[in-house]
Design a protein around this ligand. Structure first.
Ligand code: DAH
Length: 352
């Protein structure tokens, strides 16, 4: 009995291995596996029958059977590898691919609307010969205020609701803050170079602010600065007029009015004529019927600011400006709430 069982195990192994070499795809391999090694497979059935034998024989033939099983399993794996390495087309798999199915769409990312507008704005100034620089968001009181003609206790500090960093220096002061505007880069840059200066500073700014449709505690600004011999208010007007036309269209008119910022004298705000109603709709949502939309603050750099960085105020003059890209994007695209920019709602972001 044991003799014949041993023989049939050997014969079976030979046959199975010979067959295996002729198989060419995964499906055939699977059928082969079920036939020999499956739960009702030939080898399995023989091994199950061993329980009929006495202990001695069972041990001997059992070992033989287990070796045969291992041989077949190894053979199966090797053949499987050969097939996939040879790249043999698996007809069975091919038939399962429906080539008429539409492809899976690739989801692409895109630039945030603020980034897009920032780039559009800086591009307009780069085309006029300005370079781009960036600066720190955690800033010293020294640059954010002092160097801009806003000393300690100056009432104009109230124009910027400031987030102070909880750091106290040896003199017991809190000199560090989150920059409230990009203007501190005016002083940082002028300190480090001689005129001519022509630069724009895009970046994030922070305010201690209760948020609503037109206020965020975090938003962006683009600062501009040009200092050289003989720069006049006409240069300021020409540059900003050209900028307005680049962003809002060639037909735009601009208007300058007096405004106050401690670091410029005279200071102005600039408005464009309403591109939505062109001044014809007293109920216009964009200009509120005034026909004008304020888009930035600017002015001639205050001599105190030039002096603080060591420039010769007899020789050099300059102009500066600051604008808010979120506000410009809101006007351009009719966005009615600044909070949309940073609430990460894909339905909003996908529109840009
Ligand atoms: N830094 C000002 C603000 O945050 C904006 C500004 C106004 C910047 C006039 C300037 C300027 O450079 O000349 O409100």
């Amino acid at each position: 009995m044991s003799q014949s069982t041993a023989q049939s195990i050997e014969g079976l192994t030979q046959t199975a291995l010979t067959e295996l070499l002729q198989l060419e795809n995964a499906e055939a391999l699977e059928q082969w596996r079920v036939h020999y090694l499956g739960r009702r497979g030939e080898l399995t059935t023989i091994l199950r029958g061993l329980s009929q034998l006495d202990l001695e024989q069972r041990r001997e033939v059992g070992a033989l059977g287990n070796r045969a099983k291992a041989t077949l399993e190894e053979g199966l794996e090797r053949r499987g590898q050969e097939i996939s390495e040879a790249g043999l087309v698996q007809v069975a798999d091919l038939e399962r691919i429906d080539v008429t199915l539409p492809g899976r769409p690739i989801t692409t990312g895109r630039l945030h609307p603020t980034t897009q507008v920032l780039r559009e704005i800086t591009d307009a100034f780069v085309a006029m010969g300005f370079s781009i620089v960036e600066g720190p968001e955690v800033e010293w009181d020294h640059y954010n205020f002092e160097m801009l003609n806003i000393p300690q206790g100056h009432p104009a500090r109230d124009m910027w609701n400031t987030l102070w960093v909880d750091y106290v220096n040896e003199e017991g002061q809190r000199p560090m803050l989150l920059r409230t505007h990009t203007s501190p880069m005016q002083a940082r840059v002028m300190e480090s170079m001689e005129p001519p200066v022509r630069l724009v500073v895009p970046g994030k700014v922070y305010r201690y602010e209760a948020t609503d449709a037109t206020h965020e505690w975090h938003f962006h600004q683009v600062e501009g600065l040009a200092v050289d011999e003989g720069i006049t208010f006409a240069d300021l007007k020409g540059t900003l007029y050209e900028f307005a036309r680049q962003i809002f269209g060639a037909r735009r008119q601009v208007r300058f009015r007096c405004d106050y910022f401690p670091f410029v004298e005279p200071g102005v705000d600039m408005s464009i004529d309403c591109f939505s109603c062109e001044g014809t709709d007293s109920g216009c949502r964009i200009c509120r019927g005034s026909g004008w939309i304020e888009i930035l603050g600017a002015g001639m750099v205050h001599p105190y600011v030039l002096r603080a960085v060591g420039y010769d105020t007899e020789k050099y003059t300059g102009f500066a400006f600051g604008l808010g890209p979120e506000r410009i994007a809101m006007l351009k695209y009719g966005i009615d709430d600044i909070r949309h920019f940073y609430s990460n709602d894909l339905r909003f972001l996908r529109q840009f």
